[in-house]
Design a protein around this ligand. Structure first.
Ligand SMILES: [Zn+2]
Length: 272
């Protein structure tokens, strides 16, 4: 083949390839931002109805930006043009995603201000609600929503920062080593915590079950450690701990138990 001819063929081939690329790219042309926005606005009312968020006291314009985000996501990288019907269908089919986004928006904008919205956030974002329990608890109390408080208590234990000690006032596992409650904010006394733990019974249990050496240790230290269980200082788990000092009566119970056990041990020793 003559050289000139081959060159002409190449040029023709390249032109053809360019034309194909142009056709493809015009087919793949993404919607403009304005087109996406118009489509989102056109389906906003129908998305709003399908979600049922009127029950939360929300208006269509409250979810406009989230619907636009969803439509933008659907329009990206499409080969064919996105139609209103297709967008609506896709959004409604995966509406939980949008409902979660609405719950997150309500939380971040501090617009959780009714029992309905509280329940909504708890059902769609239980983990986030668990971590936000201190804030949501105050709100639930103001709204008198006891069932919401019960649910929050569980979510805090599951997703929040639970401690081994339940607060005597709010019941959340939220008492810190400084004896404050992370959820209701109570500043607690050792006496109040002891009452909630039924401390006289606890002391009796310790007196009957601990090795005399450990009872001696508690008496020498003058306190027990609460780390989930109630233990002598040397037995406590090395992380979280609350210290409860023993009063005279409590020390007396332990001392008597120790004397009784030592007398028993002595008698047994003499018998051998
Ligand atoms: Zn509390």
């Amino acid at each position: 083949m003559p050289r000139g001819r081959k060159k002409a063929d190449d040029v023709a081939e390249q032109a053809k390839a360019r034309a194909v690329r142009r056709r493809l790219s015009s087919k793949r042309k993404e919607m403009s931002a304005d087109e996406v926005k118009a489509l989102a606005d056109n389906i906003l009312g129908r998305v709003y109805e399908a979600l049922g968020v009127d029950l939360l006291g929300l208006r269509p314009e409250d979810i406009r930006d989230l619907v636009l985000d969803a439509v933008t996501g659907l329009a990206e990288g499409r080969v064919t043009k996105l139609t209103e019907e297709a967008a609506l269908k896709r959004i409604v089919a995966s509406k939980d995603g949008l409902l979660k986004a609405i719950a997150a928006k309500l939380l971040s904008e501090r617009k959780v201000d009714s029992v309905e919205r509280l329940q909504f956030v708890i059902s769609y974002l239980p983990d986030v609600a668990g971590r936000a329990a201190p804030e949501l608890y105050q709100l639930a109390r103001r709204l008198g929503a006891q069932d919401v408080i019960d649910t929050l208590r569980q979510l805090w234990a599951q997703y929040g920062r639970p401690t081994p000690i339940a607060c005597p006032r709010c019941g959340f596992l939220a008492v810190t080593p400084e004896l404050t409650c992370m959820v209701c904010g109570a500043e607690l006394s050792e006496a109040e915590i002891k009452r909630s733990l039924n401390f006289p019974k606890v002391i009796e249990d310790l007196a009957s079950r601990l090795h005399p050496r450990l009872i001696e240790e508690i008496l020498a230290a003058g306190y027990v450690v609460v780390d989930g269980d109630i233990e002598p200082p040397s037995m406590a788990f090395q992380g979280f701990k609350v210290i409860l000092h023993l009063n005279r009566e409590e020390r007396e119970v332990l001392r008597k138990a120790l004397q009784a056990r030592q007398a028993q041990g002595g008698a047994a020793g003499q018998g051998v």
